[in-house]
Write a protein that binds this ligand. Structure first.
Ligand code: FMN
Length: 395
């Protein structure tokens, strides 16, 4: 069961939201409601207070109710999922431009790594306005889910796009999540290749990027399985298996791949392993110790041989030089649907860092540059792009 935070703004369709609250509560979810001052002119807070048996949050500056709380921060902390419905053109634009001048918009500035579902509702000319469309694109780019409003008769006596989606449908969209029914296989972290019983060869991958990808998929209702190298991350929140070597990872991925729709390979798999692993600890002796390495199986190349048309495979390329050429080479050779390239020579992004900056290449030649962002936000761009590819192949 989830904690749903519903923000209501000043549109005529606010009358539909009590039904949404009832549906969520009936399904066993916890609901809190925040409103803009203008929303209270359309529907009274008392309606919601009676339904959810909780106070409605409107004014951030009231301190006598719960003096020890800062509502716009505490509400976001409490929420698992945030819904804005109906979302006016005004609030949508404020959020897209970082304005926080009331409880709702201030709270939206606090959101980090939480699913946000925005349901715009407005006059169709307002909706078609290029500024509003630009703001919607901006919100989608940062990973918020902005749903298209319905078409039909509007309160302003015109016909067109702008009606708030019916509460029963909103209920389904927010409880099931956009990835419902899609199966994702995600690999993450480094592999380790034994040298002897006490030593190994590995790389600096922390698994953080893949972890955020898995989290974003889970947050949005996707089915998920994680194949993880040796990482210091709490994997208990996902179904997963831990592996050590590239060979182990190869086995786990190949045996599972056929049952998944989308494979996202963020793991940093060793290209080589030690040819003869010493049975006992190698003693210090000569000045130079030579290890003979042999090539590991290339997991993505092996996947490309069994991949079905409707499956999507996403590769990651951690490069230090000639980023683009190496990535495009990999995209073509391994028949990937998309490749995500990051520059691991920079210390502020890539291995171990909390931020990343990637370029995504698609097979149709499209190129998406993300700029530097948190790994969760990068995860949104990557997974949403893979999801679009999956939808277009499977419609
Ligand atoms: C009767 C009436 C109905 C309105 N309906 C909508 C609407 O459906 N969508 C919208 O974006 N704005 C609508 N507006 C305009 C908003 O209420 C106005 O932009 C307001 O500043 C929004 O404030 P808020 O975003 O803080 O709630 C309506 C205004 C009135 C007077």
């Amino acid at each position: 069961m989830s904690n749903f935070l519903i923000f209501i703004t000043g549109g005529i369709a606010a009358y539909k939201i009590p039904t949404l609250c009832r549906l969520l509560i009936k399904a066993g979810h916890n609901v809190k409601v925040g409103m803009t001052e203008n929303a209270t002119k359309f529907i009274t807070p008392l309606t919601f207070e009676s339904l959810i048996k909780n106070r409605v949050y409107i004014d951030d500056f009231i301190t006598d109710v719960e003096p020890d709380s800062i509502d716009h921060i505490d509400l976001i902390e409490w929420a698992d999922k945030i819904i804005i419905a109906p979302c006016t053109a005004n609030t949508l634009s404020k959020i897209a431009n970082g304005i926080g001048d009331n409880l709702v918009t201030s709270a939206m500035l606090v959101v980090k790594e939480k699913p946000v579902y925005i349901f715009p509702s407005m006059n169709s000319n307002m909706y078609d306005n290029p500024i509003i469309q630009e703001n919607i694109s901006k919100l989608r780019r940062i990973g918020y889910t902005v749903f298209e409003p319905d078409e039909g008769e509007l309160a302003c006596k015109t016909e067109g796009k702008g009606r708030l989606i019916e509460p029963e449908e909103i209920f389904q969209l927010v409880t099931e999540g956009k990835f419902k029914g899609i199966k994702f296989l995600v690999t993450l972290g480094p592999t380790k290749e034994d040298i002897d019983p006490v030593r190994y060869i590995s790389n600096w991958s922390s698994g953080k990027m893949g972890y955020k990808i898995a989290k974003y998929i889970k947050d949005n209702g996707g089915e998920l399985f994680v194949v993880a190298g040796d990482v210091c991350l709490d994997l208990s929140v996902f179904p997963h298996v831990r592996v050590k070597s590239a060979e182990d990872m190869y086995r786990e991925v190949i045996s599972r791949f056929q049952n998944f729709d989308v494979l996202i390979m963020t793991a940093a798999v060793a290209d080589y392993r030690v040819k003869d692993i010493a049975a006992k600890k190698i003693k210090k002796s000569d000045e130079i110790l030579t290890l003979e390495l042999i090539k590991n199986k290339d997991i993505l190349y092996e996947v490309s041989k069994i991949k079905k048309d409707k499956q999507i495979v996403v590769g990651f390329a951690a490069e230090t030089d000639d980023l683009m050429r190496n990535a495009l080479d990999k995209l073509n050779k391994k028949k990937l649907d998309m490749i995500v390239v990051n520059d691991v020579s920079r210390s502020d992004i890539g291995f171990g860092a909390d931020d990343n900056e990637v370029t995504i290449f698609l097979t149709n030649g499209e190129k998406i540059e993300t700029g530097k962002q948190s790994k969760y936000n990068i995860a949104k761009r990557v997974v949403d792009t893979a999801y679009q590819l999956f939808k277009s192949k499977n419609e």
